[in-house]
Design a protein around this ligand. Structure first.
Ligand code: SF4
Length: 362
């Protein structure tokens, strides 16, 4: 298969690994931001094949994991209202709230539906004019254009029974927060190829310059990831910072201008809380004033929400690269994919789920 098989070629992967082993002389800590990359790294055993002085830590780039508990509680409260249909992606239905998830709400009678895109939620709103249809819109820059398009389309059609509960976050402010934190160990980044396909990589250039770090957009196949790691290690060993693109078949410097334009038309930048991390300034997207009638947070008064995180869960440390999931005392004991204490164990992109699934120990 073109663009797949050659990026899974064991000979190419071995050659890249050999090169990394040859040039890596000092200790380096590199963060792969994206949970999809974390799973590919674990699935392919890349973390175990790298020389011990090249250490990978996992970043906050799992959209399900960083959606605030308060948003989950708000979704549960909206789902419990009469004549309401709550829609979202499948993973979101399993994220634990303070005492239940959206699947449990569904078993208690709430109309909660899995959709594969916000446009599907929009169709449900057209089909059920007698109901309020809410789409729980989470994610990074990858989901924001489609979520923006759904709102714009609802506005064009005058679809007054559709709204979005928005928890959109962006990667560069999270990188800045990680690099600025006192306990930071991250010296270079693999940037997520699909985010860069939308946003390009030009927005990483100021981060790389400000903090003197290498940033390498990379794909998701083993050869993509090893090529990205090699480029980061080369730059670190040579004392270089900046952005070098390792995913040229998908990513350009400017990204997808049309997707960026629709995002900017519908959303504006705001401070945003990240689950387990806290508020990161100017890291989120909220609906602009002209679209606020589609904002479920404003449309539904759910009263005061006081969410309770599990005192055992350390996913905030995991998401910032401070703790390996295998070092969380609850992993495989109180916390499993069947009994998750945190979203990082639920999501198909969560780092804790990856460690549990691929049986990684420290
Ligand atoms: S293993 Fe479970 S309890 Fe520990 S940090 Fe991950 S999600 Fe939280």
């Amino acid at each position: 298969m073109k663009f797949i098989d050659e990026y899974r070629d064991p000979a190419r992967a071995r050659a890249l690994l050999d090169r990394i082993r040859q040039i890596a002389r000092r200790e380096w800590t590199i963060m792969e931001i994206c949970g999809g990359q974390t799973h590919s790294i674990m699935r392919n055993g890349i973390d175990q094949l790298l020389p011990p002085n090249v250490r990978l830590v996992h970043g906050p780039g799992c959209p399900v994991c960083v959606t605030p508990l308060e948003t989950i509680e708000r979704a549960l409260a909206i789902a419990a209202m009469p004549d309401t249909i709550l829609t979202s992606f499948g993973d979101m239905l399993r994220v634990p709230g303070s005492d239940k998830d959206l699947f449990m709400a569904r078993s208690e009678g709430a109309d909660v539906r899995i959709v594969f895109s916000p446009l599907e939620a929009l169709q449900i709103a057209r089909d059920h004019p007698e109901k309020e249809v809410v789409f729980l819109a989470v994610g990074f820059e990858t989901t924001a254009p489609a979520n923006a398009m759904a709102v714009r389309q609802a506005a064009r059609e005058g679809l007054s029974n559709f709204s979005e509960l928005v928890s959109q976050v962006m990667v560069p402010p999270a990188m800045r927060a990680i690099l600025s934190s006192p306990g930071n160990r991250v010296q270079g980044f693999l940037a997520a190829g699909h985010v860069c396909a939308i946003m390009g990589y030009e927005e990483y250039e100021p981060v790389a310059a400000e903090f003197g770090v290498p940033v390498v957009p990379a794909g998701f196949e083993p050869v993509d990831l090893l090529d990205g790691i090699l480029k980061v290690v080369e730059m670190l060993e040579e004392g270089r910072s900046g952005v070098v693109n390792a995913y040229g078949r998908v990513v350009s410097r400017e990204g997808n201008p049309e997707a960026r334009r629709v995002m900017q038309e519908v959303f504006e930048v705001a401070d945003r809380p990240w689950r387990g991390i806290g508020v990161i300034p100017q890291s989120g997207l909220v609906l602009r004033r002209e679209f606020e009638i589609f904002d479920a947070e404003k449309r539904f008064d759910v009263g005061h929400i006081a969410p309770q995180e599990s005192p055992l869960c350390r996913s905030g440390e995991v998401l910032q690269g401070h703790l390996k999931p295998s070092d969380c005392p609850a992993i495989g004991r109180e916390c499993t994919p069947q009994t998750p204490l945190g979203a990082t164990m639920v999501s198909s992109e969560g780092a804790c789920a990856a460690y549990y699934r691929y049986h990684r120990k420290s």
